[in-house]
Design a protein around this ligand. Sequence first.
Ligand SMILES: O=C(CO)[C@H](O)[C@H](O)COP(=O)(O)O
Ligand SMILES: [Fe+2]
Length: 218
Amino acid sequence: MIRIAPSILSADFARLAEEIRSVEEGGADWIHVDVMDGHFVPNLTLGPPIVAAIRPVTKLPLDVHLMITDPDRYIPAFAEAGADLISVHVEACVHLHRTIQLIKEQGAKAGVVLNPHTPVDMIRHVMAEVDLVLLMTVNPGFGGQAFIPAVVPKIREVARLANEQNKAIDIEVDGGVNAKTAPLCVEAGANVLVAGSAIYNDPDRAAAIRALREACAK
Ligand SMILES: O=C(CO)[C@H](O)[C@H](O)COP(=O)(O)O
Ligand SMILES: [Fe+2]
């Protein structure tokens, strides 16, 4: 089953509650929340107060993507704010195994994220601990960038690794995902599709979500 996670990075922040309701009513499965610190990535977005503010607006799981240096400092605050799933970049974690434990101790599901150039082998020894692997299909920092096709073989590698370890995980892709690129990801083994501009740039959110699902069903 394919899950669609609209990224609110491309939503109108002045009407955030409405923008979240529009994708929930349009058939979204998760809400993807991009947290950027202006240090790990060259952009700044939002923090725990915004996560706490949107928590009562939707019943959907909040999928919080931390693009920040030293995530351990902020994981408890994001969990407290209502994050259901917290994903950290392996490039930002010196003690990745410890960080994953911290996320789980806080009662959230744990995800690990790989930048486009980071090898899948970096997560081999934590696969048993995680609920989700997120593969960046753009360089993190901004919405609306072009999909990097060189990441597709990495999706297959993650699926193979999970299979080898007999581990059921979600495989999520993020960046430049639209009706053209989503089928390539699903065919390679992804089951969670983050889409920001492909959904929020379309005034008909339900149609945009349906187009993604239909493209992948072919
Ligand atoms: O993590 C992200 C960027 O770092 C966003 O989730 C991603 O860019 C979604 O936007 P789009 O679908 O427009 O590429
Ligand atoms: Fe993201």
